[in-house]
Structures are given as structure tokens and as C-alpha cells.
Design a protein around this ligand. Sequence first.
Ligand code: 4NP
Length: 166
Amino acid sequence: MVNYLKNIDKKAVLFVCLGNICRSPTAHGVFRALVERRGLAHLIEIDSAGTAAYHIGNPPDHRSAAAALRRGYDLSDLRARQAIAADFGHYDYIIAMDKENLAELKSICPAGFQGYLGLFLDLAELSVLEVPDPYYGGPSGFDQVLDLVEAASEALLNRIAKELNQ
Ligand code: 4NP
């Protein structure tokens, strides 16, 4: 289905994990900061969502928020929501943190979606493909998420900037 209201001079990016309280809000905050630093905030819309409904309306997990803040990323304005089929009519990039999230997204993706639906780390040349879920692990997991997200955010922004001729 063609969305005639879509603004083709802008790109919209949705980061998706399971709960939308650890990995995808981290990606949201990191990518937002990078986009602002590059002066492209007026051209790139960013949001994040979870495939599950467990945490709808909740702020990011305090461990993710603290780890992000230590690197200068403020996640305090973010609130969890669930990814829905209508997101495919709005976002150009729907980016999954792991293969399970991607499979869930594929199951609600309408036929004819023309954007990018794939793994975040597939966009970067890293030795891993998935951002591991830090929820049940120790503190180092949250820093590992940040390391992977920072690297992949650079790759994503380079790709989008090229598409926008920036
Ligand atoms: P996220 O992490 O998908 O990175 O937000 C999780 C958050 C919550 C749960 C699992 C993973 N949970 O089971 O509640």
C-alpha cells in the first residue's frame, strides 16, 4: 500500500526489542544523540518499541538508564510501547535487536512493506549479529549493549545520511 502522506525528504527509524525498556531505548537514546551531533535531527525521526506488552508506559530499566547516563545519554523521557502493524506504514527502518524480535516483527509486517526490516547489527561490520538481552544478567551486559549500539548507530547514520544526500 502506498502511503501518500509519507515525507520522502525525511527518514523514520524504529528500534525494537522485547520489552522496550533495555536495548531499544538504549538504541533510541544513542542514535538520537548521534543524529543531533551531526545536525540531522530535522531529517530523522526516531522511536522505539517492544514486541511484548509487559512494560507498556514504563520508563527504561534503571540499569539501562544509569549505564547510558554514564556515557552522556539521557533516556529519562522515553516510555515503553508495543510495536504494531501500523508502524510499517510510517517507519522506513524497523530495526530488531535479536532474531526473536525480528521473527515477531515479520509476523505482523504487512505485505508490500518497502522499508528495511532487519537486525540492527546486520548494518554494521561486527563479529556478532544480535544485541544480547541484558535483563536477567549482570551489570556488564548493559555496557555491552551500549558498545554494540554505539557501533551500529554510526553505521546506520552513515547509511541514512547517504540516502538523504547529507
Ligand atoms: P529488552 O529487555 O527487550 O532489551 O527491553 C527485556 C526487558 C524485560 C523483559 C525481558 C527483556 N522481561 O521479561 O520483562
